[in-house]
Design a protein around this ligand. Structure first.
Ligand code: AMP
Length: 228
């Protein structure tokens, strides 16, 4: 957890503007959300998008199936091919390392943000376009959020879930208006999506279930994220 000071800083930022900064596309998204009864219209956002950077949340593990790494590599390559920057947690290992290596190998731009305490544990990537070593997990997430135009989650563990649900929760609170996309590789997230349907049915999500945009391919993820 961060210090009180950091929490206060985040609150102040939230009051004055979006916590993750503002851009033209955000304003478009707010307008679309209002016009559409609060539901985001991915097609409409696509037309108005100027987004050029994706924050990718994913595992420090490789996972049990080769398809997880294969899709991570495909996402990394596609980002580079489309001229979309990658913002991620700065690790060299697991799916995180796979996405970053693929983007770099294809000549793309990769920005990593890693806290001091994880530089050794997650093996900070030493070949990135930029590596920011920050003090806390909170600073890491805030910087990633500020630099990105959209969020894409691949399969992962607790860290990935935490990052995904935070940006989703903050979007529902209107603290930012950037698309949040789940790339549901090989049905990895099916049980979680079923649970979210239960949460919606039980009245816990206040109609926000569909704010989590779900893709099954890299192409669809980039389209839903308004990056292409
Ligand atoms: P995992 O999905 O558990 O393999 O973790 C993926 C990434 O999320 C790793 O880089 C973790 O360091 C990171 N992570 C875990 N917990 C947090 C947190 N509370 N805030 C920010 N990043 C986190």
């Amino acid at each position: 957890m961060g210090t009180d000071f950091e929490v206060r800083t985040l609150r102040t930022r939230a009051r004055t503007s979006s916590v993750f900064g503002s851009n033209t596309r955000q304003h478009s998204m707010h307008r679309i959300a209002r016009d559409n009864g609060g539901m985001y219209d991915a097609e409409a956002m696509h037309v108005q998008s100027r987004a050029r950077s994706a924050a990718v949340f994913c595992a420090t593990a490789e996972g049990a199936k080769p398809v997880y790494r294969a899709v991570a590599v495909e996402l990394g390559l596609t980002l580079a091919e489309r001229g979309i920057g990658l913002i991620y947690g700065g690790a060299k290992i697991g799916l995180m390392g796979a996405v970053a290596d693929a983007t770099l190998a294809a000549g793309g731009r990769v920005v990593g943000v890693i806290p001091h305490v994880l530089v050794d544990k997650e093996i900070a990537h030493d070949g990135l376009s930029e590596l920011h070593v920050v003090d806390t997990m909170h600073t890491r997430k805030r910087l990633m959020g500020e630099k990105a135009d959209a969020f894409i989650a691949l399969p992962g563990g607790f860290g990935t879930f935490e990052e995904l649900f935070e940006v989703l929760a903050w979007q529902t609170l209107k603290l930012h208006a950037k698309p949040v996309v789940l790339l549901n590789v090989a049905g990895f997230y099916d049980p979680m999506l079923t649970f979210l349907d239960v949460c919606e049915r039980e009245g816990m999500l206040r109609g926000n279930r569909n704010r989590l945009l779900v893709a099954t391919t890299v192409e669809e993820a980039l389209r839903l994220a308004c990056l292409v």
